[in-house]
Ligand binder design. Structure first.
Ligand SMILES: C[S@@+](CC[C@H](N)C(=O)[O-])C[C@H]1O[C@@H](n2cnc3c(N)ncnc32)[C@H](O)[C@@H]1O
Length: 205
């Protein structure tokens, strides 16, 4: 990791990912989480205030040390134990069938090999366990898609490998999840190229 990725980008993510409608979407996506929760791409812990009282423990997976440091105040303010269990969603150091539910918010765009990460989430979730997600990806409209393809190389450079054109619901079903709830929309206040969101719940087989 270079200095920008280590010392600058996590601060930008901490601010940008708290803007606009993000808090309301976090509240929606966290509803129904329960028991032992795996959160991939924990960032600076912006979901922590939205964990429902039914969550008993969180295993956070996050490569950026500064993200974890920036989460300090949120971690101090919650009574739910949150442990930084791993550094990479593509290789999660937890036993099979150990988590009840999982959470990913605006992270599947960035993990280099998302297929491997989804296999890991499936392995770690108990059968029938649910993955709650809100992710940006390929827009439903052709005109926006064309801009997303044009802008993606620059986005990947400035935003830590963030892709604009991943088709998240298709990737989830391709990885063996069954999507039980899905809402696709443009996020209020965000540019359409960055704010074509899918929010839902996917069930692990
Ligand atoms: C756009 S940020 C979202 C952070 C957080 N989920 C939120 O909603 O505020 C993407 C996050 O994915 C993390 N990330 C990047 N590569 C990853 C990987 N291989 N495994 C897990 N997380 C990763 C980044 O460090 C960053 O914190």
């Amino acid at each position: 990791m270079g200095r920008y990725a280590e010392r600058v980008l996590p601060r930008i993510i901490n601010v940008v990912c708290a803007m606009g409608d993000a808090a309301r979407l976090r509240e929606r996506v966290c509803a129904g989480l329960h028991g032992r929760v795996l959160e991939i791409g924990f960032g600076s812990g912006l979901n922590v205030p939205h964990y429902p009282g039914t969550v008993t423990h969180v295993d956070a997976v996050e490569p950026a040390d500064l993200g974890w440091e920036l989460a300090g105040k949120r971690l101090a303010a919650t009574s739910i134990p949150v442990e930084r269990t791993g550094l990479d969603g593509q290789s999660i150091p937890l036993p099979d069938d150990s988590c009840d539910t999982a959470l990913s918010t605006w992270t599947m765009c960035t993990i280099p090999d998302l297929g491997s990460a989804l296999r890991e989430v499936r392995r770690v979730l108990k059968p029938g366990g649910t993955l709650h997600f809100v992710e940006h990806g390929l827009a439903p409209d052709g005109k926006v898609q064309r801009w997303q393809h044009r802008l993606e190389p620059m986005q990947k450079r400035i935003a830590g490998g963030c892709h604009l054109t991943r088709q998240i619901p298709d990737l989830l079903t391709g990885a063996g999840f069954t999507i039980s709830e899905l809402d696709v929309f443009y996020e209020k206040g965000a540019p359409k190229t960055l704010g074509a969101d899918s929010l839902g719940v996917a069930i692990s087989p």
